[in-house]
Design a protein around this ligand. Structure first.
Ligand SMILES: [Zn+2]
Length: 145
């Protein structure tokens, strides 16, 4: 498996251990991880800390040239908020672990020229699927992410 998707899954598993939603993300630039994170909506009582937002936050402020040459990995298809951040910063490529439990704004991303690489990874599908079955209340609290 792609080493960076593996790290995103490790982040998702860390979030699950903390009692949160198992969604992880990694920002990769020039073959190197510059930010990694996971959904911390429950842990932080945050309405905005989805996995992708947490990875971007942990990468800190970066020059525009860095975002424009980066790939964002996420274990689950990005929601409207995270899609907005991807478009805002001009990240050209997104690797999506799976979109079978939730399909985010993929059409919007594609319409703006973002290249999507959807893996339908079985570990990602199981992590999210099990969580949704066990915690439908937490899953449904925001838009399903
Ligand atoms: Zn999101």
């Amino acid at each position: 498996m792609d080493q960076f998707l593996r790290v995103a899954i490790e982040e998702a598993e860390a979030g699950l251990k903390e009692g949160g939603l198992p969604i992880g993300s990694v920002l990769v630039h020039d073959g190197r991880i510059i930010g990694r994170g996971h959904n911390r909506r429950i842990q932080q009582g945050s309405p905005i800390l989805h996995g992708e937002m947490d990875a971007l936050e942990n990468a800190g402020r970066q020059p525009a040239s860095v975002y424009k040459n980066s790939t964002l990995y996420t274990t689950l298809s990005p929601c409207a908020m995270c899609t907005g951040a991807i478009l805002l910063y001009g990240i050209p490529r997104v690797v999506i672990g799976e979109n079978s439990n939730f399909t985010g704004e993929e059409e919007l991303l594609k319409s703006r020229g973002v290249v999507l690489d959807i893996r339908q990874d079985q570990d990602c599908i199981k992590l999210m699927g099990d969580f949704i079955r066990q915690h439908p209340d937490l899953w449904n609290e925001d838009i399903g992410e």
